[in-house]
Design a protein around this ligand. Structure first.
Ligand code: DOR
Length: 459
């Protein structure tokens, strides 16, 4: 049983307002906000001067387990989450084996129960011939999933499904929410052929091969499928201003997310970072980056997720295009955003909405996403005044590097609770890396798709 804990005198980021108050955790839940004076607890945390946020829900990570565990595994990935204030993650199916059968999903859930220090859920992956398994996943009790992931554009893991008949079949024949990687394969192939013909490729060409047109074409195609089939659909990692404009027109069925690499980096960063800045969808221009921020503020984009995609430094050092796409971010995304709060670009309320409440609603997650009595005690206590530099050598992710190495950020997590248990406590004084849980205290997330998703539960 997690200890009865009183977090005293924090500025608590409640739904819609920040309040200087105390929070009592008991039995893994938030038992009381502003409990009676002299409430007794096993531990009292003096949080004066600190801010308490709902734990981050990251709805897009790649933890490589099973099969690619030289890059990451469910233990190292979930420990990196804990250190970054991420208390729940939803993981993608491009592992080995791929999560494309109910048995593979059950296997991953069993593995996670033995390895994860934060709460977890796993998508079912679509293939060209696993419709029956996608249908079975929705019916099988005890193997809960947030939804179906389709790679409408190819990326790591050879899971491309871009045949129109096949996509129509998946949207028509399934009930689970659908999400997709949207980059148009024929556009990408045509760009590649043209650029290969004109000389040696460099990483700068990544954004010319996986260009604006590729992203916009595939996003339009997926939204058209969702609307015609009246199917809930989430656009992963939006990267262009044009997609933001398209998304702004939808107030039903469609939700979308932005990732830290597209919010904080752009094509001008290739000179500095080389293939460390290579990911799919590719980086776009500074104007696209600004449009993504505006899209978040306007509500065209609902949430932020990391697309944490670790590859080893040796793998990333291969000359482009042999270098793999993807960057790690679960332990850095919250400090990046807290730094933006200090710069006046967003508020703690925005962070709680974009990174906890909305992903909770989009995926029908039960009992998470906000600081409210009865909700899971998934919390992160942050110090907005603490300034530290991101260092490769302090990363908990197994890949051991960050594209933000050397960046100084102000605002860091000091302590993370999952279900009322402390899974991360920063070192005293200067902050992390600190102590990170190693026991598998994470639990399977409960999804209730009868809730109807973001548009049905939006307040
Ligand atoms: O850059 C990426 N890497 N984008 C993806 O969609 C997949 C990911 C990976 O798994 O490496």
């Amino acid at each position: 049983m997690p200890p009865r804990t009183l977090i005293r005198d924090a500025t608590v980021v409640l739904p819609g307002e920040d309040a200087r108050t105390s929070v009592l955790l008991e039995g893994g839940r938030i038992a009381a906000i502003d409990p009676a004076p002299h409430t007794r607890a096993d531990e009292v945390v003096d949080a004066a001067g600190l801010h308490l946020l709902p734990g981050i829900i990251d709805d897009q990570v790649h933890f490589r387990d099973p099969g690619l565990t030289h890059k990451e595994d469910l233990c190292t990935g979930s420990r990196a989450c804990a250190a970054g204030g991420v208390t729940s993650f939803l993981e993608m199916p491009n592992t080995v084996p791929q999560t494309v059968t109910v048995d593979a999903l059950a296997g991953k859930l069993a593995l996670a129960a033995r390895r994860c220090v934060v709460d977890y859920g796993f998508y079912m992956g679509a293939t060209t011939d696993n419709l029956a398994e996608l249908q079975r996943a929705a019916r099988t009790r005890g193997v809960s999933t947030p939804g179906i992931k389709i790679f409408i554009g190819s990326s790591t893991g050879n899971m491309l499904v871009d045949d129109q008949e096949c996509l129509e079949g998946i949207f028509a024949g399934t009930t689970l929410p659908i999400t997709a990687h949207c980059e148009d394969e024929s556009t990408v192939r045509a760009n590649l052929a043209r650029l290969e013909g004109s000389g040696t490729l460099t990483v700068h060409d990544h954004s010319r091969i996986r260009d604006h047109r590729a992203a916009v074409t595939a996003t339009l195609r997926a939204i058209d499928l969702a609307v015609r089939h009246n199917h809930r659909f989430h656009v992963l990692h939006v990267s262009t201003a044009e997609e933001v404009g398209i998304l702004a027109a939808h107030h039903d069925l469609i939700t979308a997310e932005a990732c830290p690499h597209h919010l904080f980096l752009d094509t001008s960063d290739y000179d500095r970072l080389g293939t460390l800045a290579q990911m799919n969808p590719s980086l776009k221009t500074a104007a696209d980056r600004a449009a993504l921020w505006q899209g978040l503020r306007d509500g065209a984009i609902q949430n932020i997720a990391t697309d944490h995609a670790p590859h080893t430094r040796e793998e990333k050092a291969a000359p482009y295009p042999a270098s793999p796409s993807g960057v790690p971010a679960v332990e850095i995304v919250l400090p990046l955003m807290l730094d933006q709060v200090n710069r006046g670009a967003c508020s703690l309320q925005d962070i709680a909405r974009w990174m906890s409440d909305r992903p909770g609603r989009i995926w029908d997650i039960v009992g998470k996403g906000r600081i409210a009595e009865g909700c899971d005690a998934d919390l992160v206590l942050v110090d907005l005044s603490l300034a530290r530099e991101v260092r490769n050598e302090e990363q908990i992710t197994k890949c051991g590097w960050s594209p933000w190495h050397g960046t100084s950020l102000q605002g860091w997590p000091l302590r993370t609770w999952v279900g009322g248990r402390t899974v991360f406590a920063a070192a005293a004084g200067a902050g992390g890396p600190g102590r990170v849980e190693t026991d598998p205290v994470g639990r399977e997330i409960t999804f209730d798709h009868a809730l109807g998703g973001y548009w049905a539960t939006k307040t």
